[in-house]
Ligand binder design. Structure first.
Ligand code: ADP
Ligand code: 5GP
Length: 213
């Protein structure tokens, strides 16, 4: 009875602000949310698993998927290609399940402007300060100084797109931000236009009125 349209949850932030951590929290809260595993041409970081964190592809295979229309969106970020494969998203939507995208502003714009735009809920994560952003990038301990410097240099450009998003969260206290994220998802799921079953439900209520006359 209560089938609803699946959401496309887009989370963007400058690298290191905490979107992967918050995404994990959201999926622990609701394991039915499907993570959109992006394809990328960047090399895996220690601990990253192919098919779970990313699909690690060479440039040729990536370009083939783009040319074949198999990417919902794609962009170049930090000198590597990243893209969201279309098929798993279509499958999730057909099942009324939500999909979570950890993608940059370019990908966010492309999906928002696509035919699926009405199903998008976009959230931008800001760091409490730039000093803290840099501290978190180092704390992650997975990138070289050169890579960290490159990511910091791109942060200002990423942050400049904050106002294109439906929601903006300052990720100061992790638990508090995770709670806010869950609240956003819970409320967005209850929007009238995401619950097409309500039409039939209210018709039923009206039939009940008629029967009482
Ligand atoms: P992103 O996915 O945006 O690049 P991560 O989720 O990998 O960022 O977070 C970067 C680092 O900051 C990680 O070590 C993570 O544990 C830490 N972190 C995330 N959110 C917070 C927070 N609110 N307070 C302190 N540290 C955080
Ligand atoms: P990282 O290399 O740190 O995993 O990701 C670098 C940046 O690329 C992040 O801002 C991340 O959100 C973005 N990104 C990851 N996957 C995709 C994708 O499929 N499409 C787009 N447009 N950006 C992505």
């Amino acid at each position: 009875m209560n089938a609803r349209r699946g959401l496309l949850l887009i989370i963007s932030s400058p690298s290191g602000a905490g979107k992967s951590t918050l995404s994990r929290r959201l999926m622990e809260w609701d394991p039915t949310i499907r993570f959109s595993v992006s394809a990328t041409t960047r090399p895996p970081r220690p601990g990253e698993v192919d098919g779970r964190d990313y699909r690690f592809l060479d440039r040729e295979e990536f370009q083939r998927m783009v040319a074949a229309g198999e990417m919902l969106e794609h962009a170049e970020v930090f000198g590597h290609f990243y893209g969201s494969p279309r098929k798993p998203v279509e499958e999730a939507m057909a099942e009324g399940r939500d999909t979570l995208f950890d993608i940059d502003w370019q990908g966010g714009q492309q999906i928002r402007n696509s035919a699926l735009g009405k199903d998008v809920v976009s959230i931008f994560i800001l760091p409490p300060s730039i000093a803290e952003l840099e501290r978190r990038l180092r704390a992650r301990g997975q990138d070289s100084e050169e890579v960290i410097a490159g990511r910091m240099a791109k942060s200002q450009a990423e942050i400049s797109h904050w106002a294109e998003y439906d929601y903006v969260l300052v990720n100061d206290d992790l638990d508090e931000t995770a709670e806010k994220l869950k609240t956003i998802v819970a409320a967005e799921r209850m929007r009238r236009d995401r619950q097409p079953w309500l039409n039939e439900f209210v018709r039923g209520l009206n039939r009940e009125f008629e029967e009482r006359k």
